[in-house]
Design a protein around this ligand. Sequence first.
Ligand SMILES: Cc1ncc(COP(=O)(O)O)c(C=O)c1O
Length: 418
Amino acid sequence: MAVSATLAVNEAVDRARRAGRSVLPLGFGEAGLPVHPALRERLAGAAGANSYGPVAGIEALREAAAGYWQRRGLPTGAEQVVAGPGSKPLLYGLLGALDGDVALPRPSWVSYAAQATMLHHRPRFVDTTPGQGGVPDPFALAALAGAARREGRPLRSVVLTLPDNPTGTLADRDRVAGVCAVAREHDLVIISDEIYRDLVHDPAAPYVSPAELAPERTVITTGLSKNLALGGWRLGVTRLPGSVIGEQLRGHLLDIASEVWSSPPHPVQAVAAWAFTEPEVLRDHLDASRRLHGTVARAVAEVFADAGAEVAGPAGGFYLYPDLEAHRDVLAARWGVTDGHGLARVLLEELDVATLPGAAFGDHAGALRLRVATSLLYGPDDLRRQTTLMDDAPLRLPWVRDGIGQLERALARLVGRG
Ligand SMILES: Cc1ncc(COP(=O)(O)O)c(C=O)c1O
């Protein structure tokens, strides 16, 4: 397996910086915000928790996570919850427990397809439409499921990302309902990756989880990496359906977990048990984070749109997925660029802007699409990131303004306007 594309771009940026270049880091999808002091304190207080603990996670955490989902309209018992060291290993365990091929949105987060391949399942991409990222087109999914069945290699699951990485969009109710209907008809388990759910920019925007529409077959994964910017603490949780499918999956998942990671990090679980009760201090922190992600993502989307890219308005998280198809001729003539990899390479090597090509997310290689992460514009260190988080007008801060200015100039040169 190659190093995950998102981690590889981070390393490429470090190398370029060591060589003295000032590279704009729009490749790596990290939340880019400091740890809330209350979380730090609690982690320090829990440092003595050095036993492994239960494979599924400690009771207090599983109960708190159940409460988190209950507050979102999903009746959940603690026995339906399994915690792990990040949602990524939980996803791997779930895909391992579900023996069969998996339908994925095109584009979708890099690790789904890589994990499926590692497990000898076929990742089967199904196109999405702009503005409806993270959820396959239901008609195309039905066609694929039918064809796979006729081939004698039926699909076993479909993964959705709500809201989506890489596109930053949130699919609507019709799309989600359409996929639920197809999943029922073809007996697919739906894995709904909702790790960005609490970072939907507009808290009043309607949010529909497939667990509301197809509760018997939907597994949800989430964690603390994005909403509370705790990626390095490694804590994720999954909500299994309260059904026969759910019970079977839980058994297989715990078998895998017990042989691979034993249990999630105990001190981090103690903090997560508190965080999932959503105390007011963390809710305020999350509101500020959500506002900042939305403000900066929209500003960067405007920069791409002004440079002539097609880009769906961001709805959640800190990503954009611009399409430079309108500049295909100029990009070929000026830079010899004919595909997404070439585009990302020129941006990094000639114009000092790190992004990822859509192809890293399973998109068509020839597409001139990029995944742009906007959260490392908040500053290079905790002090500036915290200042950015607290500021009412973050776009006016010099380091944010400089980053956006650097992007404007790079795009102007890219498309021959500068
Ligand atoms: C869509 C998506 N799912 C899951 C993850 C992994 O998160 P965790 O840190 O919980 O393993 C990421 C992280 O980049 C992500 O973007």
